[in-house]
Design a protein around this ligand. Structure first.
Ligand code: ATP
Length: 312
């Protein structure tokens, strides 16, 4: 066992498409989830300690649990239990991904802790073993490990890597306060039932990825990606539910569109809003313009695709 600290950098994600099927009898939903990793990162550092401890730094640190419920701590415990080790590490999370923002920050930290502990303990997990452990920890965790772009089926954990033919530049508008992912899914079911269509598997079409969107990603075609995101209103089936729970997000989306975004959508279950822009300077200008509208807490540019969990 090494005594040195190990650090791993992990990216946030945006769901370029999130097609949500009907509620299954177990309460989960089948998804067609087009993940794209973006260049906003947390850094997870582990070092040997006499017990499992978690510390968090960064502007949103006070919103992150520093106990055994932290997803990074659960990842360390899972790997340790599988290898018959004591999970005695201090985990430090330098948090830059918005908390409860629909950008999979907790999932990123879980993937980061897994890779970091595997290196620290010399457990030598294969990529397949790491992916299987990630899937046990949560639906979005496998994607945080691999990064890039991928189609997630099932609950999002069955991944097929996707080709991306160029860089896309985004702006993310962070909201004050998070949204609970389960609450957003419940609201989605409620809205579907209210429309009279029904919310269960038999009533909602099976979720499918948009061929136009996958082609646009593969070709690196910005205009085509923007129109695929906006086709039918939005490519995110959770957007109406996020807006229902947080109506002020509509102002953020409109402000971004007025300020020149090529496409806008709520990121995953929200409340972070994502805006596609022409290039890096356009992203910088849009982030400044959006922040000045005060329809969000702050806005930041980030490129994509970004690499998955990376040992530093
Ligand atoms: P997703 O996009 O995967 O639905 P999210 O980005 O909306 O997730 P997270 O930032 O992962 O949300 O946080 C969701 C909740 O998980 C937080 O409110 C927090 O209580 C808890 N949590 C546990 N571990 C972490 C962690 N390492 N970082 C952030 N939140 C964590």
């Amino acid at each position: 066992m090494s005594g040195a600290a190990v650090s791993v950098r992990v990216p946030a994600k945006v769901n370029v498409q999130l097609a949500v099927g009907g509620a299954r009898p177990d309460g989960f939903h089948d998804l067609a989830n087009v993940f794209l990793a973006v260049g906003l990162y947390d850094v997870v550092t582990v070092r040997p300690a006499d017990a499992l401890r978690v510390t968090v730094s960064g502007a949103d640190a006070d919103q992150v649990p520093a106990d055994g419920t932290n997803l990074a701590a659960r990842a360390a415990e899972l790997l340790a239990s599988r290898r018959g080790l004591a999970p005695n590490v201090e985990i430090h999370i330098a948090k830059d991904i918005p908390v409860a923002g629909g950008m999979a920050g907790g999932s990123a930290d879980a993937a980061g802790a897994l890779v970091a502990c595997d290196a620290l303990w010399g457990t030598g997990c294969s990529r397949e073993e790491l992916l299987a452990l990630c899937a046990e920890l949560g639906s979005d965790v496998p994607f945080s490990l691999v990064g890039g772009a991928a189609l997630g089926r099932g609950r999002g954990e069955r991944l097929t890597p996707l080709e991306v033919g160029g860089a896309f530049h985004w702006v993310f508008a962070m909201a004050d306060g998070g949204l609970s992912t389960p609450a957003v899914y419940r609201e989605c079911d409620r809205l579907r039932a209210e429309c009279g269509r029904g919310a269960d598997v038999g009533s909602v079409p099976a979720p499918e990825p948009s061929p136009a969107l996958l082609d646009a990603l593969a070709e690196g075609d910005l205009a085509a990606l923007a129109s695929a995101i906006m086709a039918g209103g939005t490519s995110n089936d959770l957007q109406a539910a996020a807006l229902s729970l947080r109506p002020s997000l509509a102002d953020t989306l409109v402000a971004g569109e007025k300020a020149g975004a090529m496409a806008s959508l709520v990121s995953g279950s929200g409340p972070t809003c994502a805006f596609l822009t022409r290039d890096e300077p356009a992203a910088k200008a849009l982030a400044e313009a959006l922040t000045a509208t005060r329809t969000c807490r702050t806005a930041r540019g980030a490129p994509s695709p970004a690499p998955g969990a990376t040992l530093l």
